[in-house]
Design a binder for this molecule. Sequence first.
Ligand code: SER
Length: 318
Amino acid sequence: MKKVMVTGCLGQIGSELVAKLRELNGPDSVIATDIRRPIDNPTVQSGPFEELDVNDYDHMLQIAKDNNVDTLIHLAALLSAVAEKKPQLAWNLNMGGLVNALEVARELNLKFFTPSSIGSFGPNTPKDNTPQDTLQRPTTMYGVTKVSGELLCDYYHTKFGVDTRGVRFPGLISYKTLPGGGTTDYAVDIYYEALKKGSYESFIKEGTYMDMMYMPDAIDAVIKLMNADPDKLVHRNAFNITAMSFEPEDIKKSIQKVMPEFDMTYDVDPMRQTIADSWPNSIDPTCAKEEWGFSPNYDLDAMTRDMLDKLKDRVEQG
Ligand code: SER
């Protein structure tokens, strides 16, 4: 991973991954790309940046070639709630972009990473301690694209020898960039609203457990997996990873340890609740731990303290 091209780099994961890789390897080590170019954005300003629509294969190939990249990290995709509202667009973007990115990786012999998700599981998947290898019959368009993506990445590895690697991310919680329309977003929104209003109205129902992870652990996981010895990888696309599993009342109690006056009510969104109900309560990350040493640092309370601390200044500054 000396020179990395990242697609969708203005999203929740991309903005932090690009920053971390540039901090580790220098500003020119990352060619950041996204479909838009907001001029005052730190990702745009901190190193090379190209405007790219991932459905444009020729342009993607050209950028990778011109910059002599050795790794492609493909992040551009629609998240679950948006994908459910615009299923055709989600299929075209999530699958079209992925096929193009895999073809670029094959053509230029690049290492390759793309994220899958807890959304790749469905209602008949074992709900608790969900195994690495299990039933995957998702009922959302997001999930359909994620399972198809896992299979396609495995295919490019076995058929063409492309070094594809991936993880099934749980809900990711971060304070720098907001997620763009996922089901687990309540666990991000809650911290902003706690600081702004002292209360939060949850669109996910009490008692709904989902896996979650704090962004620094997610970024570490991507870098660790990409640097892992390929001989130790039994699996590739995609590893279960998680740092915690909680329901809305757990995160409320965690915030109340720092802000005792914080209060939460519910106004459940039926669409996102249906999606959440189709996902596991908690997945088993044993294979990721054994095959490449996945080891998250943050539990719920450590994440809450850090989120509230870091977000305070941003919320105060407006
Ligand atoms: N956080 C994602 C979503 O809710 C799951 O991968 O869509």
